[in-house]
Design a binder for this molecule. Sequence first.
Ligand code: PMP
Length: 405
Amino acid sequence: MSLFDKYNQVNARHDRLVAAGRDPFNVCMDRIVSATEAIVDGREVILVGTNNYLGLTFDPDCIESTVEAIRREGTGTTGSRIANGTYASHRALEQEIAAFLGRRSAMVFPTGYQANLGVIAGLAGPKDIILLDSDSHASIYDGCRLSGATLIRFRHNSPADLDKRLERLKDDSSSKLVIVEGIYSMLGDQAPLDEFVDVKRRHPSVELLVDEAHSLGVFGDNGRGIAEAYGVEKDVDYVVGTFSKSLGAVGGFGASDNPEFEQLRFTSRPYMFTASSSPSSVATAMATLSKIKSQPQLRKQLWENARALYKGLSDLGFPICAAASPIIAVKLPSEEAAVFMWNALFSAGVYVNLALPPGTPDGSCLLRCSLSAAHTPAQVQRVCEVFDQAYRAMKVWRDTQSAAE
Ligand code: PMP
């Protein structure tokens, strides 16, 4: 019995996927041309699955600041904050994030995944209770597991279900942390944060954490995220975010007004026992954050592109999982159809994310698009045309399959 035997089923499924065309989970971009284009196998591909919401990865000012930081501070920090020390740039970025969000303090982590691990497992312990949305990202689930807290999942985006579960716990004196996301990464649906805040107000001892990974830079008049958009920032106790989406870097953060939040620096293992963020990631995040503040037109452009793709695909009759947003997930009737469509889109020069169960809610098979402010109207139109062609090809293939059966 080998340790790898447990993966036999997964491998068989992966082999079937690859037999249908290209390996959707192992695409190699030979050359990145811009925020929205790459060269794969000598051909240009439009990137519509990058989470590069504001298209800042090729911004010349941000590149310049990053190159300068590497020259000044080197390629890596080679150790953790508690062992090797904090660079002034870590501290400056933390102050900048805290000021941007209007919070007392912020802590930077090497990735968004670790930010969830570090904040959740830092805040909650074995004697506490975490109530989390059932569709939460893997990093939230993993942070909860690491905390050792009792986990209670409530129905996705259901303040009523959360309320019911909190009601049942009203005589339980444990500390309680509720966790939701701003916009959910797979379907692109938003949390009804105002309603969650109403529930929180009915249960005063409860604290609320919002993961703004996909909503920072995207929602709110100033790009502060979904809590800003709903006008409920004061009711959110902890914000977690990532640099890997609208901020075009790698890293993550937690931020709070709680004066005790800083204690996580010497109690949170995912913060303490890993190398600190590299000077390049810190410099990029600093530069892109300043673009979020100074260039609100990027957000406007992003939403124009998102609405254009949403309309284009809806007009073609594609079922889209949520209201228009920079994440547009098209639902396909089966895994075979989704894989066929994904290959047809890729062959025609459009890269989207193939998302399959168990990584998707409700066992859905999805073609997930994420828009960027850097997409041009011509690219958005081309994506719609290619979706249409791919769907027609998929129908012919399906008819041939069923005739042969
Ligand atoms: N939270 C959510 C909701 C996410 O979707 C992701 C990544 N997709 C993360 C956290 C982790 O962020 P990162 O990839 O920057 O580690």
